[in-house]
Design a protein around this ligand. Structure first.
Ligand code: NAD
Length: 475
């Protein structure tokens, strides 16, 4: 049993003022594995005050000093990779290979930020003006449970690169992962107050960060509903925001695609991270003329995916993070069946032999139309919809007919064709014929998938404010 009863303020692990104790549950067997004491509004105010005190000196550190700090953070977290992977599998239920991937990206965040900083010029000249990019102030960092460490590291690394200080409110369901991470970050010996971490509920700690006048920016990853609430709450103090929100990504399979390649790819794009992924390709668009060929192949591919104990390295789909999330996914499977879609494989209930945890049967629906609830709303579980289209123009229309626009996948035998289709899709990232990631390229959504971009130079500039100085001699 892990007992986590400290939060991190001003460079020290301290007892929170908050007294609520929250159970941490292993989603693979529904047993309580730990208890975390949650911080409250008073704790949040203390953390904000510490970050505010640290800001004037930190914002004036040189680029070289911050690169050195980022390197120290990188050196401190890298040896903890195995411990983080174990915590992610235990507490979140991430299959071993997913935990490795998520935390692997997280560990790279400090090195990537140092690389971006190295190449970045904070001062530029525009005719008679000198334009200086200045750090915004204190950043409130709010990550979700589906990659708590990943988003905590990515957001913190960019805040530090920019010269901002921060208060992190991790997901309350990820306290064991957070503890491993914060102990490692502490080892790097940053000046007190540069980053502070308050475990707590979104409606308490997150809500205070969203309204507090001493918070200049919120960097949030989570649901679109909470993202909108943060945007509204932050309007009064004109907070800068970066919002990485939900998705309902299309996988557009063109009529020339090799299905031997396209089917496994579509399944992986949809079921990755046990379907608990904002970027999941959950709407699979298939040419009507080739549907009879496609459906048996995707049924077989979905049925060959191994679901089970996430600590088994051969398992591809683990449990849902919580009972609440399991019930939500079950609700969508029922809605799919009631709404007229045809269940191709999977369905309600738990897979055989996995009754103790929050496991879902990998589910694929056929005969889905884009107006059905399962095609419109983010399910956040291993549930895919196959939607038929007649022409390429119709495929593009269906792909874009969604309030979301985070990611899209295009599969074709002809790269030029795929590129043209990609140019018509309204999404922040388009992946052609594969699953890729480029950590220095911008990441974020069109439409209601978010506001702003993270990563690389775009992520750095999202923490900076341009100041124009006039009256200086011409250079
Ligand atoms: P969530 O929106 O419920 O919670 C996200 C975070 O916000 C948590 O730390 C939570 O405690 C906090 N929070 C909740 N209410 C709050 C409030 N009123 N004010 C401030 N903070 C509050 O999301 P989740 O269930 O943790 O994560 C799943 C969601 O995240 C999905 O919708 C998924 O698509 C999205 N997501 C998006 C991306 C992306 O990069 N676009 C990546 C991963 C997950």
């Amino acid at each position: 049993m892990r007992i986590i009863d400290r939060i991190y303020i001003d460079g020290e692990f301290v007892a929170p003022h908050g007294e609520e104790v929250f159970d941490l549950i292993n989603p693979a067997d529904s047993r309580v594995i730990g208890k975390v004491t949650l911080g409250d509004r008073e704790d949040t105010l203390r953390a904000i005050a510490a970050a505010k005190r640290a800001f004037p000196a930190f914002s004036r550190t040189s680029k070289a000093e911050r690169i050195e700090l980022l390197r120290r953070l990188d050196a401190a977290v890298t040896p903890k990779l195995e411990a983080l992977n174990a915590a992610t599998t235990l507490e979140y239920g991430a299959p071993v290979m997913i935990a490795r991937m998520l935390n692997g990206y997280a560990m790279g965040a400090f090195k990537n930020a140092a690389e971006v900083l190295e190449a970045y010029d904070f001062t530029r000249r525009i005719n008679d003006a000198e334009v200086v990019m200045e750090p915004l102030g204190v950043v409130g960092i709010i990550p979700p449970w589906n990659s708590n460490v990943g988003f905590s590291c990515g957001k913190l690394a960019m805040a530090i690169a920019a010269g901002c200080t921060s208060v992190i409110k991790p997901s309350e369901m990820s306290a064991i992962q957070t503890q491993v991470l914060v102990e490692a970050l502490h080892e790097a010996g940053l000046p007190p107050g540069v980053f502070n971490v308050v475990n707590g509920r979104g409606e308490v700690v997150g809500a205070e960060l969203s309204v507090n006048p001493d918070i200049a920016k919120i960097s949030f990853t989570g649901s679109t509903a909470v993202g909108k609430a943060i945007l509204r709450a932050g309007a009064e103090t004109m907070k800068r925001v970066t919002l990485e929100l939900g998705g309902k990504s299309p996988t557009v399979i063109l009529d020339d695609a090799d299905f031997a390649q396209a089917v496994p790819l579509a399944v992986m794009a949809g079921f990755g991270n046990s379907g608990q992924a904002c970027i999941a390709g959950t709407r699979i668009l298939v040419p009507e003329a080739r549907l009879d060929e496609f459906l048996p192949m995707i049924k077989a591919a979905a049925e060959s995916v191994k679901v089970g104990d996430p600590s088994d390295p051969t398992v591809q789909i683990g449990p849902m993070v919580s009972l609440r999330q399991w019930e939500r996914v079950q609700g969508y499977i029922r809605k799919g069946m009631e709404g007229g879609a045809r269940l191709l494989t999977g369905g309600p209930g738990r897979p055989e032999g996995l009754e103790a945890g929050y496991f879902v049967r990998p589910t694929v629906f056929a005969d889905v139309t884009n107006d059905m609830t399962i095609a419109r709303e983010e399910i956040f579980g291993p549930v895919l919809s196959v939607i038929a289209y007649r022409t390429e123009a119709e495929a593009i229309e269906i792909a874009n007919d969604t309030p979301y626009g985070l990611q899209a996948y295009v599969i074709s035998a002809d790269l030029d064709r795929a590129r043209i289709v990609a140019s018509h899709l309204a999404a922040g990232r388009i992946l052609i014929n594969g699953l890729y990631h480029e950590p220095l390229a911008p990441f974020g959504g069109f439409k209601q998938s978010g506001l702003g971009r993270e990563m690389g130079v775009f992520g750095l500039e999202a923490h900076l404010e341009p100041k124009t100085v006039l009256g200086l001699p011409r250079v």
